[in-house]
Design a protein around this ligand. Sequence first.
Ligand code: KG4
Ligand code: ZN
Length: 356
Amino acid sequence: MSIILSLETSCDESAAALVSNEKGKIDLLANEIASQIDEHANWGGVVPEIASRRHLENLPFLIEEVFAKSKLQIKDIDAVAATVTPGLAGSLLVGSITARTLANLHQIPFLGIHHLEGHLSSIYLSENHPKPPFLVLLVSGGHTELIKVDVKHKYQRLGRSHDDAAGEAFDKVARLLGLSYPGGPAIQKIAKSGDPKKFLFPKGRVSKPEGGFYPYDFSFSGLKTAVFRQIEKIRSENKKLPIEDIAASFEYIVAEVLVERSFKCALDQGLNSLVLVGGVAANVRLREMMLAKASENSIDITLAPMEFCTDNAAMIGAAALLRLSSKGFKSSMELGVSARWPLEKSDLLYDPIPPF
Ligand code: KG4
Ligand code: ZN
């Protein structure tokens, strides 16, 4: 059995968790999050400088809390993990320095974790999880990607957004509608009382230079502009803005695009297992539409547990346990942080000569 202390500080959530694995099953021993959302909401989005300062203030108390709740001590743990890429560099540094210092002091391994591998590993925090090969739709504030997982830790990106990520589109449209940050939960709430078919917003396709479209890629910036134009048109007519209908129609079209392209990709690739993870995976309409489409196509669907869709340290711990237990992966103490790094190259985070 291994016990890991894991830290997540890539964006606006400071988080710590303690996880263990026994007989291949991952147990969550303690999980704490200090959300900075209320503070960033004043600015309509994440302010990197504020985020780093808050991580610095929050992390010692979160670590103290997970040890207190699990009744474990630092001498009981076998490794320390932290997200090292992608994310806000100043924020990543706080988690990484804390983890490396603890690991060095206690002479235990340090594991730098790729944030997207963390999201992917959120499915291992529930009892039912698929075995590779499967296709993952990863939808968050920074990423919208279709990733084929052939064997554990071997990734191939088959689709991506060419502009805004799906979560970013939710956040931007929420701002146009005068709703609070983060936009996803705000839009979901108000959309419940709206008509999803009231406005027909565009699905956004990405053209190939040689003609035709990339079948598994996404574009959300045109959709955001279409929502903006619709709002302007209604305002110029001096009519009351039907916020609920706009929110519902926007949410519906985003979910439909995500579902259509993921299923096309899975079917074309001969994959009968599809996984949904990331902050936007918490969207109830998207989850329902995924499940409905899966039953039509006899594709197995795995939804990330609701509480582990948005950023948390439990998923980083799950990723670290999977790395440590397969081939004893560990990172160099010299591994730094990087704002960007491809998931396909995440094995290099465990190279004796680190890539950054
Ligand atoms: O995974 P996450 O916590 O952070 C990143 O790694 O980016 O995702 C945050 C994103 C935000 O854009 C937020 O608006 C969106 O996930 N989100 C949602 C919902 N909950 C969070 N989008 C749609 N519906 C939701 N219920
Ligand atoms: Zn995330």
